[in-house]
Design a protein around this ligand. Structure first.
Ligand code: THU
Length: 171
């Protein structure tokens, strides 16, 4: 019997982002957010991983809101810095100002700042807040190579994402 012929359309995704040699090349607002993420690592509670992560949110009124990873002896009960920041802000005010930008920083307990790339669960949560406000949030991440990556919107970090649109209509 002749083999079945399968055909598929080959598609490709491309992702545009900026790469800066260092934070001194960022705009003043971006630089402030970057520094706030680094400073936040001081408040991290990471006695198990010894990896101190900080996240900073720049709000439309110019203020900054920080978050850090908070670990727990029951490991899965801990939370990443990105979600601590977003939940902390959204969970503590009726209508926080719009989110303009976000930066993440990470360093070992005894060591220099290195790469800090958000985990999948954080990307999903980050996306929700961008969709919720209907306006893009830029993101600054320290790369493995020591450069600064700048993304125009959080959705860029999670292609083929799940969102409220994928839920069935409410009865
Ligand atoms: N962590 C973050 O806070 N953000 C990330 O983007 C990656 C990982 C934390 C979770 C945990 O406390 C530690 O880093 C090691 O995984």
């Amino acid at each position: 019997m002749a083999p079945a012929i399968y055909s598929a359309t080959r598609r490709q995704l491309s992702l545009a982002y900026q790469e800066f040699a260092g934070p001194e090349q960022l705009s003043p607002e971006e630089h402030r957010t970057w520094e706030a993420a680094r400073a936040a690592t001081e408040f991290s509670y990471a006695p198990y991983s010894h990896f101190h992560v900080g996240a900073a949110l720049l709000l439309a009124d110019g203020s900054l809101f920080q978050g850090t990873n908070q670990e727990n002896a029951a490991y899965p009960s801990g939370l990443c810095a990105e979600r601590t920041a977003l939940f902390g802000l959204a969970g503590s005010r009726p209508t926080p100002p719009r989110l303009v930008g976000m930066a993440v920083a990470g360093r070992p307990a005894a060591g220099a700042f290195g790469a800090a790339l958000p985990c999948g669960a954080c990307r999903q949560v980050m996306l929700e807040y961008e969709l919720r406000q209907g306006a893009p949030i830029w993101l600054l991440l320290p790369s493995v190579q020591g450069t600064v990556l700048r993304f125009e919107r959080l959705a860029d970090l999670l292609p083929f994402h799940f969102s409220a649109e994928d839920l069935p209509p409410r009865a």
